[in-house]
Design a binder for this molecule. Sequence first.
Ligand code: AMP
Length: 401
Amino acid sequence: MKSNFKNQKVLVRVDFNVPLTQDNKVSDNTRIIKALPTLNYILDNGGSLILMSHLGRPLRKLDPDGNIQKDKFSLKNIIPELEKSLGKHVDFASDCIGKEAEEKAKKLKPGEILLLENLRFHKEETEGDEAFAKKLASLGTYYVFNAFGTAHRKHASTYTIAKFFDKEHKDIGFLVQAELENANKLLNNPQRPFTSIIGGAKVSDKIKLLDKLIELSDNILIGGGMAYTFIKAMGGNIGLSLFEADYVQTARDIMDKAKKKDVNLMLPEDSVISERFSESGDIKTVDSMKIPDEWMALDIGPKAIEKYSNIIHNSKSIMWNGPLGVFEMKKFSKGTFETAKAIAESTKNGAFSLIGGGDSVSAINKSGLSGMVSFISTGGGAMLKYIENKSLPCIDVILEK
Ligand code: AMP
């Protein structure tokens, strides 16, 4: 970012979509803390701040009379936490566009902060509407995009708005810069061996990602519900495990491509299975190719954990997305937590590790190892899209690529 914001009213698109308690207090301030370096930098270098964000999906959760639940979705709820984090007073405009916002923005002096009300109170935000984006843009003299988690969505405040600022008056913030730099460590000449660990529920969500990872990785370790569509494609018996019949051929194509490219694509050799989707039934460990008819696989087994951990220990670059089992239930969490542990150990021995968002982030947090990996992405969907395409619309429009 440039070093002088003297007299600039800097419109920053932040991601303050934080979780709130029943009485509307911030219950996890990670997203606010992650925004601070960019916000403090602008304030310290002569600028004032106009902060805009979404919070939840207010238009999808209207009250019984069809009105927005303003109390629940107002960004006003985050002001005490934001003021505490910044150590400064934060003013508020009760609508993100219109007279009040315009007047408050106009009066803003260097060092002062104005927070705008939830952008998603207007349907034009997610529609990427030009007129709405223009009204937002008119509030500031400089635009900074710092909401990495929304970088793949062409919304008014993340994408359309950038068109109203010339190249000298817009930039990405430090949080976005860090996400790109870390992803690029995997995309540009990664240290080898490079191991990708992919879990989660469905193959259908991760086809493009797997396709790209075959180009990049030496090893691909598959776990989670998606593994069983692959195992079925290999002729295995998967019982009641998660299965996507329409993706058997896709799974075969992915395995063929990996073979052709000499990529070591691995499936769990054994699995922890249960009679029902709960911890209360009978549980045992079996060969993943021989799951009995009335049983379902809910975690990778001990042999798979050992093999996967060995490969992870011998890797120099690691990317992880998606849990290897139903980690929300203790009895099926071992595969996921042992994987997290192996990644942390490998990182300690010099590997670069990137946790690519979503449930793997909550898993690494829950395991208490979050400080022992190289980088945890703040944007699951956006990070995966960046790995797939090496480009994101909201960033391209700023860098005018
Ligand atoms: P995703 O959002 O695709 O990363 O999927 C995450 C979800 O996959 C988590 O809620 C896990 O509980 C679930 N999951 C992981 N392994 C399995 C499995 N073997 N069977 C069913 N669900 C699974």
